[in-house]
Design a protein around this ligand. Structure first.
Ligand SMILES: [Mn+2]
Length: 196
């Protein structure tokens, strides 16, 4: 398989983002979104997906964290799609149940080219560091439609809110790693329709 590195740059009046992801990396990352808690989440995603991830975001945090988090999701999704190309020879599906102490998070992905998003997680605090907890949903929703993936995220067992957010980001990393992995027995695109 050739090098699978996706890059995306995006500039609006609200945010300026540059991001690159190597799907076959080692979890090395350089992340600066201006929101330390969000950096911590993306770090967990990259480390546990073994993705090399560079993220630089200058967002209008003087407003709130909304544009910064949502737009980072859009750009990450586009970079994933860019890295995957025609998706030939990959496993396509992935799922993972990730425990983090008392919390259990489920993630399932189909890199099918049809965006779908299902999310079931209820936080009991409004904010974790500088991240509004309602933005966790917005982030993953943005990733799902901009990468055109079917993404399911569900908290099976709730608990500490920091654990819940972190478990979902790590579960997404493990799941995306599984779905993007090469399948040596598969020639071409794994779909009965012939394209993904
Ligand atoms: Mn943590």
């Amino acid at each position: 398989m050739t090098e699978r590195i996706g890059r995306c740059m995006r500039k609006t009046k609200e945010t300026e983002i540059s991001l690159s992801i190597n799907l076959d990396g080692q979890g090395k990352n350089r992340i600066n979104t201006g929101i330390p808690f969000f950096d911590h989440m993306l770090h967990g995603f990259a480390r546990h997906g073994l993705f090399d991830l560079d993220v630089d975001v200058k967002g209008d945090l003087e407003v709130d964290c909304h544009h910064t988090v949502e737009d980072t999701g859009i750009v990450l999704g586009q970079a994933i799609a860019d890295a995957l190309g025609d998706k030939a020879g990959i496993k396509r599906y992935g799922s993972f149940i990730l425990p983090m102490d008392e919390v259990l998070a489920l993630c399932a992905v189909d890199l099918c080219g049809r965006p779908y998003f299902k999310y079931d997680a209820e936080f009991t605090v409004q904010r974790l560091g500088g991240l509004d907890t309602e933005m966790v949903r917005e982030f993953f929703y943005a990733v799902s439609y901009s990468a055109a993936m079917n993404l399911h995220l569900k908290i099976l067992d709730a608990g500490n809110n920091h654990h819940m957010a972190e478990a979902m980001f790590k579960a997404f990393g493990k799941t995306l790693d599984a779905a993007t992995m090469a399948e040596s027995r598969m020639q071409g695109v794994w779909s009965t329709k012939g394209s993904l």
